[in-house]
Design a protein around this ligand. Structure first.
Ligand SMILES: Nc1ncnc2c1ncn2[C@@H]1O[C@H](COP(=O)(O)OP(=O)(O)OP(=O)(O)O)[C@@H](O)[C@H]1O
Ligand SMILES: CC(C)(CO)[C@@H](O)C(=O)[O-]
Ligand code: BAL
Length: 284
């Protein structure tokens, strides 16, 4: 596994790979790797000749400077974890390398970003789209891999790929969970033992909401059931819990018909750490 730190070095290599007809998979990350990331890398390795993993804590997507400052950074153990996964290049640029000058780029994803993460983290998806576009240009991937834990991010990147005609396949991969159901996340490292102990209740609440939604087809009832359940845990502060159309991400109306694909998304604070999760279901 080669480690590259400059955009020029990555671009030169991926240009060479393209000339040689080698297929390229790209896995963008912010590091503090866990099994969820490694599954993306293994999937990319199974489907491509070369796999680029980027680790870059992207300042432009953080709406909260404290969150950026405290974001876990463990470059040595990240590089160690990637060995043997099929990653051929690890790209770890500095902020100056990615943003030699301040970016003025403005994306507008319309309704897709006016809800949930977009509504609660102003500017977040602008920063994601900016850095992902840069990574697509430098990595020249045939396929790019994203996790469904960030469901709305996948929808936004899908729109980005379509609108800017990026010639690649977007592959969205299932959420990997701890054995107690907690979605793996780099931010889990920041949970206190007490917060970690109640964190699995988030997924339980989502499952409860999914069961209610399937049973009643009333999004309000489903949301309320999950909120009532979480209300018993004072350590958990829900920022939003939303039943939405899985593609359009808009709130689902009451009496939704069978055949509708729904997503139930949640963001919650546990002792100063913000976690997100979701479940997807097809109404029958
Ligand atoms: N548990 C998981 N299962 C599958 N994919 C995941 C999981 N966690 C993260 N990913 C995906 O890995 C990629 C990089 O995510 P990122 O580096 O932000 O990790 P993270 O664990 O989501 O961290 P955090 O949520 O704390 O920012 C994203 O496409 C993300 O959706
Ligand atoms: C896609 C991404 C690496 C862009 O910085 C980030 O949003 C993430 O880790 O999900
Ligand atoms: N996994 C999403 C990146 C972020 O929280 O900024």
């Amino acid at each position: 596994m080669e480690i590259l730190e400059t955009a020029a070095a990555l671009q030169a290599l991926t240009e060479k790979w393209r000339r040689e007809g080698r297929s390229i998979g790209l896995v963008p990350t912010m590091g503090a790797l866990h099994e969820g990331h490694l599954q993306l890398v293994r999937t990319a390795a199974a489907q491509n000749d070369e796999v680029v993993v980027s680790i870059f804590v992207n300042p432009t997507q953080f709406n909260n400077s404290e969150d950026f400052k405290l974001y876990p950074r463990v470059p040595d153990s990240d590089a160690e974890m990637l060995r043997g996964t099929g990653c051929t290049v690890l790209f770890t640029p500095t902020v100056e390398e990615v943003y030699p000058r301040p970016t003025v780029l403005q994306f507008n994803f319309g309704a897709l970003e006016n809800v949930m993460e977009g509504a609660h983290r102003p500017g977040h998806f602008n920063g994601v789209a900016t850095v992902v576009s840069k990574l697509f240009h430098l990595g020249r991937p045939h396929r790019a891999y994203f996790g469904q834990k960030d469901w709305q991010q996948v929808a936004v990147v899908r729109q980005l790929v379509q609108d800017l005609s990026f010639d690649l396949d977007l592959i969205s991969c299932p959420t990997i969970r701890e054995t107690d159901g907690l979605a793996m996340s780099s931010r889990n490292r920041r949970l206190s033992p007490e917060a970690r102990a109640v964190a699995p209740r988030l997924y339980e609440a989502l499952q409860l909401a999914a069961a209610q939604l399937q049973h009643t087809r009333q999004p309000e009832l489903a949301q309320q059931a999950a909120l009532d359940f979480l209300g018993a845990y004072p350590q958990i502060e829900v920022e939003y819990l939303q039943v939405a159309d899985a593609r359009l991400l808009q709130p689902l109306p009451a009496g939704t018909e069978p055949g509708q694909e729904a997503v139930i998304c949640l963001a919650a604070w546990l002792g100063g750490v913000r976690l997100i999760d979701n479940v997807v279901l097809l109404l029958t």
